[in-house]
Design a binder for this molecule. Structure first.
Ligand SMILES: [Zn+2]
Ligand SMILES: [Zn+2]
Ligand SMILES: [Zn+2]
Length: 165
Protein backbone atom coordinates (compact mmCIF):
# COMPACT_ATOMS: atom_id res chain seq x y z
CA UNK A 1 0.00 0.00 0.00
CA UNK A 2 1.71 3.13 -1.11
CA UNK A 3 -0.98 5.68 -1.51
CA UNK A 4 0.30 9.10 -2.38
CA UNK A 5 -1.12 10.65 0.79
CA UNK A 6 0.57 8.04 2.95
CA UNK A 7 3.93 8.96 1.53
CA UNK A 8 3.67 12.73 1.59
CA UNK A 9 2.68 13.39 5.17
CA UNK A 10 5.08 16.31 5.35
CA UNK A 11 3.56 17.98 2.31
CA UNK A 12 0.45 20.12 2.03
CA UNK A 13 -2.37 18.18 3.70
CA UNK A 14 -4.89 17.90 0.91
CA UNK A 15 -2.74 18.00 -2.14
CA UNK A 16 -2.46 15.03 -4.44
CA UNK A 17 -5.04 13.04 -2.59
CA UNK A 18 -7.00 10.85 -4.91
CA UNK A 19 -9.90 9.24 -3.13
CA UNK A 20 -9.73 5.45 -3.39
CA UNK A 21 -13.13 5.52 -5.08
CA UNK A 22 -11.86 7.85 -7.77
CA UNK A 23 -8.77 5.74 -8.31
CA UNK A 24 -10.83 2.56 -8.60
CA UNK A 25 -13.19 4.36 -10.94
CA UNK A 26 -10.37 5.38 -13.25
CA UNK A 27 -9.09 1.82 -13.36
CA UNK A 28 -12.54 0.49 -14.16
CA UNK A 29 -13.12 3.12 -16.84
CA UNK A 30 -9.69 2.35 -18.27
CA UNK A 31 -10.34 -1.36 -18.52
CA UNK A 32 -13.71 -0.72 -20.16
CA UNK A 33 -12.12 1.54 -22.73
CA UNK A 34 -9.32 -0.89 -23.54
CA UNK A 35 -11.90 -3.61 -23.99
CA UNK A 36 -14.05 -1.36 -26.17
CA UNK A 37 -11.01 -0.69 -28.35
CA UNK A 38 -10.41 -4.42 -28.70
CA UNK A 39 -7.21 -4.29 -26.65
CA UNK A 40 -6.28 -7.09 -24.34
CA UNK A 41 -6.67 -6.58 -20.63
CA UNK A 42 -3.34 -7.72 -19.28
CA UNK A 43 -2.14 -7.55 -15.71
CA UNK A 44 0.67 -5.09 -16.54
CA UNK A 45 -1.79 -2.77 -18.31
CA UNK A 46 -4.19 -2.95 -15.37
CA UNK A 47 -1.39 -2.21 -12.93
CA UNK A 48 -0.14 0.80 -14.88
CA UNK A 49 -3.71 2.13 -14.93
CA UNK A 50 -3.93 1.64 -11.17
CA UNK A 51 -0.64 3.40 -10.49
CA UNK A 52 -1.58 6.35 -12.71
CA UNK A 53 -5.04 6.59 -11.18
CA UNK A 54 -3.72 6.89 -7.65
CA UNK A 55 -1.90 10.18 -8.06
CA UNK A 56 -2.23 13.66 -9.52
CA UNK A 57 1.50 13.90 -10.00
CA UNK A 58 3.00 12.96 -13.34
CA UNK A 59 5.04 9.79 -13.17
CA UNK A 60 7.96 8.79 -15.33
CA UNK A 61 8.37 5.28 -16.68
CA UNK A 62 10.88 4.32 -13.98
CA UNK A 63 8.61 5.52 -11.20
CA UNK A 64 5.71 3.58 -12.68
CA UNK A 65 7.85 0.45 -12.89
CA UNK A 66 8.85 0.84 -9.24
CA UNK A 67 5.29 1.37 -8.08
CA UNK A 68 4.02 -1.63 -10.01
CA UNK A 69 6.75 -3.73 -8.41
CA UNK A 70 5.88 -2.40 -4.94
CA UNK A 71 2.44 -3.82 -5.54
CA UNK A 72 3.87 -7.20 -6.40
CA UNK A 73 3.64 -6.88 -10.17
CA UNK A 74 6.47 -7.61 -12.53
CA UNK A 75 7.16 -5.19 -15.35
CA UNK A 76 10.13 -3.62 -17.11
CA UNK A 77 10.60 -0.08 -18.31
CA UNK A 78 10.27 -0.99 -21.98
CA UNK A 79 6.84 -2.47 -21.28
CA UNK A 80 5.88 0.62 -19.31
CA UNK A 81 6.73 2.83 -22.29
CA UNK A 82 4.71 0.60 -24.59
CA UNK A 83 1.74 0.57 -22.25
CA UNK A 84 1.87 4.35 -21.79
CA UNK A 85 1.89 4.82 -25.57
CA UNK A 86 -1.18 2.57 -25.85
CA UNK A 87 -2.96 4.42 -23.03
CA UNK A 88 -2.16 7.76 -24.68
CA UNK A 89 -3.63 6.50 -27.95
CA UNK A 90 -6.97 5.83 -26.31
CA UNK A 91 -6.89 9.03 -24.27
CA UNK A 92 -6.42 7.46 -20.85
CA UNK A 93 -3.06 9.02 -20.13
CA UNK A 94 -1.33 12.25 -21.08
CA UNK A 95 2.28 13.17 -21.34
CA UNK A 96 2.94 16.45 -19.61
CA UNK A 97 6.01 17.85 -21.32
CA UNK A 98 6.97 20.38 -18.68
CA UNK A 99 7.22 17.66 -16.07
CA UNK A 100 8.47 14.82 -18.24
CA UNK A 101 5.88 12.40 -16.93
CA UNK A 102 2.46 10.92 -17.56
CA UNK A 103 -0.81 11.58 -15.77
CA UNK A 104 -4.15 9.82 -15.82
CA UNK A 105 -6.77 11.57 -17.94
CA UNK A 106 -9.46 13.01 -15.72
CA UNK A 107 -11.80 13.88 -18.57
CA UNK A 108 -14.06 11.18 -19.92
CA UNK A 109 -13.16 11.68 -23.54
CA UNK A 110 -12.04 8.85 -25.73
CA UNK A 111 -8.95 9.13 -27.88
CA UNK A 112 -6.30 11.83 -27.80
CA UNK A 113 -7.80 15.24 -27.03
CA UNK A 114 -6.54 18.79 -26.60
CA UNK A 115 -6.13 19.75 -22.98
CA UNK A 116 -4.79 22.36 -20.67
CA UNK A 117 -2.67 21.26 -17.73
CA UNK A 118 -2.35 23.30 -14.58
CA UNK A 119 0.98 22.34 -13.07
CA UNK A 120 1.78 23.33 -9.49
CA UNK A 121 5.40 24.43 -9.21
CA UNK A 122 5.35 23.79 -5.45
CA UNK A 123 3.95 20.28 -5.11
CA UNK A 124 3.95 19.05 -8.69
CA UNK A 125 0.28 18.15 -8.91
CA UNK A 126 -1.36 18.42 -12.32
CA UNK A 127 -4.99 19.26 -13.02
CA UNK A 128 -6.48 18.73 -16.47
CA UNK A 129 -8.99 21.24 -17.81
CA UNK A 130 -10.42 21.54 -21.32
CA UNK A 131 -9.10 24.32 -23.57
CA UNK A 132 -12.01 26.68 -24.33
CA UNK A 133 -13.22 26.25 -27.90
CA UNK A 134 -12.49 29.88 -29.00
CA UNK A 135 -8.91 29.64 -27.72
CA UNK A 136 -8.47 26.35 -29.53
CA UNK A 137 -9.73 27.93 -32.76
CA UNK A 138 -7.35 30.89 -32.37
CA UNK A 139 -4.41 28.60 -31.83
CA UNK A 140 -5.37 26.59 -34.91
CA UNK A 141 -5.64 29.75 -37.03
CA UNK A 142 -2.29 31.10 -35.87
CA UNK A 143 -0.71 27.80 -36.80
CA UNK A 144 -2.30 27.60 -40.24
CA UNK A 145 -1.30 31.18 -41.03
CA UNK A 146 2.26 29.91 -40.73
CA UNK A 147 1.46 26.93 -42.91
CA UNK A 148 1.77 24.68 -39.92
CA UNK A 149 -0.44 21.64 -39.66
CA UNK A 150 -1.12 20.93 -36.02
CA UNK A 151 -1.65 17.39 -34.81
CA UNK A 152 -2.39 17.89 -31.17
CA UNK A 153 -2.66 20.85 -28.85
CA UNK A 154 -1.77 21.05 -25.22
CA UNK A 155 -1.28 24.02 -23.00
CA UNK A 156 0.75 23.89 -19.82
CA UNK A 157 0.18 26.53 -17.19
CA UNK A 158 2.70 26.61 -14.35
CA UNK A 159 1.65 28.17 -11.07
CA UNK A 160 0.54 27.39 -7.54
CA UNK A 161 -2.37 25.03 -6.87
CA UNK A 162 -5.27 25.78 -4.52
CA UNK A 163 -3.85 23.44 -1.87
CA UNK A 164 -0.46 25.10 -1.78
CA UNK A 165 -1.64 28.71 -1.88
ZN1 LIG B 1 -2.48 20.57 -5.65
ZN1 LIG C 1 -7.64 14.00 -20.82
ZN1 LIG D 1 0.52 22.41 -5.09
Amino acid sequence: MAWEFAMTKAGPPKCNIVEPDAAADFEKRGIERLRYRGMRITRPRTMVLRVLGETRRPLGAYQIRDRVRERGGSIDVVSVYRILAALEDVGLAHRVGGTDGCVACTASRSGPHPAEYLICADCGCVEEVPIPQPALAEIGMAASRLGFQGRSTRIEVVGVCSHCR
